[in-house]
Design a protein around this ligand. Structure first.
Ligand code: SF4
Length: 421
């Protein structure tokens, strides 16, 4: 009998290749933080199929990166015509402004979309991207260039027998020993209360950033090296900031969730990361033991159909835990996807049944069937004339017939019903 809580090793031929210089990505480690098997599946399937949300995130990040670089590295180009963007006389006159106007931001977004036709996003997501960039341009206040420590800068850290790598969206030296790590999020923000409960303890002290990616980023920034082999610098505190361009607040800033941690907390988190990586090397890769641990994260599994656990043991993969707005949003999205899928499958079954000249198709394993059902319908052609005739007939004492006023039709529906014995 299989012990679902301690699965046997993955057969050697099924374990993906982990070369000596394997560099676990943040996404790989984020999966492993919650389910070892999900991390392995991420390695096998390369993150799974794309999605409109992932593509939206990629397009937004590329555009935001260009907007930041423009305002930091070549602000003199801001007041130049570009695509459909024509700077106003005020923008041309103001040579000191380093803010990228929203209309220019949208032109840059269009350029990024043209350069990446493979990143398919539907009309509603394209619309969302335009207002996300609009909000971002309005809110982004470029820090002085000397404070910028990195825009999508690669940092690496040798720890736990691996080299881990991060590329935060923007790192800023805010002075006074404070380093700010920014991460733009294109989803809706988590509600403040659940974020507070996740990120702070009962006394209001930050527990951790509530986001594995930001924690790891702060650890690698604190202890790691840049491409040129140098550390970023010494800081006492790290501000981990998730910014949500979905919401532009009244004061012109983006909605955000912020946690500040000190160097001592990061030391503890580094130890934790180290332990995870040792487990990866010795237990997961070494013994080929990739335990599957279900939870709400199953909704983000790279390949849930390749999970060794039967579905009844992982109800969370079917959105059982609906305990936050984000989980509800994800479940609602899954419902929409599933209902569209269901409609498509039913349409295909119906078409095939017509071609095979079948009256009904048994639903596998059950006593129900999908059947062509004829339902008679009665349509009144002229209600007023029919009522007038009924009134006349009753006044004159003659029989009334509604037949001349109605049309009888039949509708054929392909629907579920109990199978006849
Ligand atoms: S479905 Fe859930 S338990 Fe299974 S591999 Fe994916 S994340 Fe792990």
């Amino acid at each position: 009998m299989i012990n679902w809580r301690d699965l046997p090793p993955v057969p050697e031929a099924e374990q993906p290749d982990f070369p000596e210089d394997f560099t676990p990505s943040q996404t790989f480690l984020r999966h492993m933080d919650q389910c070892d098997r999900a991390a392995m599946l991420h390695r096998v399937y390369g993150g799974g199929a794309g999605s409109a949300q992932l593509n939206r995130g990629s397009l937004f990040h590329e555009t935001a990166d260009r907007i930041i670089r423009l305002s930091i590295e070549s602000p003199e180009e801001i007041a130049h015509p570009r695509g459909d963007y024509q700077p106003t006389p005020e923008e041309v006159a103001d040579q000191t402004s380093r803010k990228v106007p929203p209309d220019l931001g949208k032109v840059i977004l269009a350029e990024v979309m043209d350069e990446h036709p493979e990143l398919q996003v539907p009309a509603e997501e394209r619309d969302a991207l335009r207002y996300l960039i609009d909000h971002f341009c309005r809110a982004f206040d470029p820090p002085p260039p000397r404070q910028i420590l990195g825009i999508e800068k690669t940092l690496t850290l040798q720890t736990g027998g691996f080299r881990v790598l991060i590329r935060p969206d923007l790192i800023v030296d805010r002075g006074g020993g404070l380093c700010e790590v920014n991460d733009w999020k294109t989803a809706w923000p988590p509600d403040s209360e659940s974020f507070r409960a996740q990120a702070f303890d009962a006394a209001g002290r930050p527990r951790w950033a509530g986001n594995f990616q930001l924690n790891m980023a702060a650890v690698v920034i604190a202890y790691g090296l840049t491409d040129d082999g140098l550390p970023l610098g010494r800081f006492d505190r790290y501000r981990l900031r998730l910014a949500f361009p979905r919401i532009l607040r009244q004061d012109g800033t983006l909605d955000e969730r912020v946690v500040e941690v000190d160097a001592l907390q990061l030391a503890a988190f580094r130890e934790d990361l180290d332990r995870q990586l040792r487990r990866l090397r010795e237990v997961c890769i070494g013994e080929r033991r990739w335990q599957a641990t279900p939870g709400t994260h199953c909704s983000e599994c790279p390949a849930p159909n390749a999970c060794p656990l039967p579905r009844y043991l992982r109800p969370e993969s079917q959105h059982a835990a609906l305990d936050s707005p984000a989980a509800l949003e994800s479940a609602a999205g899954a419902w929409l996807f599933a209902s569209r899928e269901a409609a498509t499958i039913k349409r295909r079954v119906k078409k095939a049944a017509e071609e095979l000249d079948l009256d009904a198709v048994t639903i596998s394993g059950g006593d129900e069937e999908l059947a062509f059902t004829v339902t008679p319908k009665v349509e009144i052609r002229d209600r007023e004339a029919m009522l007038a005739e009924a009134e006349d007939a009753s006044r004159e004492g003659r029989p009334f017939s509604r037949e001349p006023f109605i049309r009888r039709t039949e509708s054929v529906e392909f629907k579920k019903r109990k199978r006849k014995p």
